[in-house]
Design a protein around this ligand. Structure first.
Ligand code: FE2
Length: 424
């Protein structure tokens, strides 16, 4: 066996240690200890953690890195963010969106995030963001998988040209049908939008991912309709409810009915901890709600729950560097998921669970999967969450596409110079 790349002596997320990963022709050939074959390149893993790439299952690439344009969100609220995006939209050009998105993809690659599901606003009649991101998806394909969702930001029924624009976006190659039922004028319109959009997805054979119940209103119960339509149309496993923040505020009795319905529908759930913790609960005094959906309970019920970054340096969120470990770290804290298995589950929320949301093909560190691996300067998934460490090597289809030097500190103490790398 002549390999393209051999990564020696790594730890895997499931705890196996001293493992070698052999990659040839873009695919993983073997994952076992003591591989002796020749390879074009050998990486010494030094016992560090090798993970499949991070997956961001909920993002908005059309607005990313636009911070300050045309002005800052002074209040930091969701509503000012939406108003600000409305001011920015008419000024956008295909070129400016494309330039920001390409720059953003480079950040992602450096962070080992090689799959992103990005919502793209279709309430701009020019569909410039769609045009730009379809091009970016093509240009970045050698490096990362970009999946696009047709997102009617101003409402599918509330904004008059949404239906036409959304269909045009799908015709232009957008992958997934989006929606925003809680933003429609009435609860009834919200439910109607879900029915129409799920039917559209069923007709076109596409997946669905809706911004759903991104609200603190416990009576925002569109996820119930989303689950029911999914089951009615036989879309089980193909539909995602994003945000679902109102579930945080719902009455427990109602949730005890809701979660089994979501389970029956095979809904995927995406929480966005960084954004939920900053945008929700803004009308509360004290105590203040956290506003993240019930990640722990949904996982315990057997639903697939992933976490997304949602925004980086845009009208809604001034911060972020597209580090998915920062996302999982925040989710772990907000959800009080400090149990041993819960922390591991949060690592999966930005890797394997995200891959299940996107229905990625050939994902994982196993023979036959794509040769996509990220080597972290950490010894295990919990340490990765704790340190948010350097991505020493980012490998795509067997080729190293990003490297970051090991982070070490040199201490100058009485006892002499000591080098520490922060791992245990
Ligand atoms: Fe979002």
């Amino acid at each position: 066996m002549n390999l393209d790349l051999l990564i020696r002596n790594v730890t895997l997320p499931d705890g196996r240690r001293g493992i070698d990963i052999a990659i040839s022709d873009g695919r993983i050939m073997a994952v076992e200890a003591g591989i002796t074959a020749e390879a074009g390149r050998v990486i010494e893993g030094e016992g560090y953690l090798a993970t499949p790439p991070f997956v961001d299952s909920h993002f908005h690439m059309d607005s990313a890195l636009s911070l300050g344009n045309p002005r800052m969100n002074q209040s930091g609220t969701l509503l000012e963010g939406i108003a600000l995006w409305g001011e920015l939209k008419p000024r956008l050009t295909v070129e400016s969106i494309e330039a920001r998105a390409l720059q953003f993809c480079k950040l992602s690659i450096a962070r080992g995030t090689l799959a992103i599901r990005s919502h793209v606003d279709v309430c701009d009649d020019r569909l410039e963001a769609v045009e730009a991101l379809v091009e970016v998806r093509k240009a970045m394909r050698p490096y990362l998988d970009l999946q696009l969702v047709a997102f009617p930001q101003d409402g599918y029924l509330r904004y008059g040209r949404s239906a036409e624009n959304l269909s045009r976006a799908l015709d232009m190659g957008v992958d997934v049908v989006g929606g925003i039922p809680h933003f429609e004028r009435t609860m009834a319109d919200g439910a109607a939008s879900i029915r129409m959009l799920c039917e559209l997805a069923a007709t076109r054979g596409l997946m669905v991912d809706m911004h759903c119940d991104e609200s603190d209103d416990p009576h925002s119960r569109h996820v119930e309709s989303l689950a029911a339509e999914t089951t009615r149309l036989g879309l089980q496993g193909r539909v995602t409810g994003s945000h679902l923040t109102s579930m945080h505020s719902m009455d427990n009795y109602y949730v005890s009915k809701l979660i089994p319905l979501m389970r029956e529908a095979g809904l995927h759930v995406v929480a966005n901890p960084l954004i939920n913790i900053t945008l929700q609960g803004r009308h509360d005094s004290y105590p203040k709600r956290r506003g993240m959906t019930r990640v722990k309970e949904l996982m315990a019920a057997g639903l697939n729950v992933a976490c997304g970054h949602d925004c980086v340096m845009d009208p809604w969120y001034s911060l972020g560097s597209h580090d998915m470990l920062e996302v999982a770290h925040m989710g772990l804290h907000v959800g009080q998921m400090t149990g041993v298995d819960e922390m591991k589950a949060m690592f999966h929320s930005v890797t394997t669970n995200g891959a299940a949301v996107l229905q990625l093909d050939g994902y994982g560190i196993a023979p036959g999967a794509y040769g996509d691996v990220v080597l972290l300067q950490a010894r295990d998934p919990v340490e990765a969450l704790r340190l948010k460490p350097a991505r020493l090597f980012v490998v795509r289809r067997g080729r190293v596409i990003a490297e970051t030097p090991k982070v070490e500190a040199c201490l100058h103490l009485e006892e002499g110079e000591t080098v520490i790398d922060f791992t245990r």
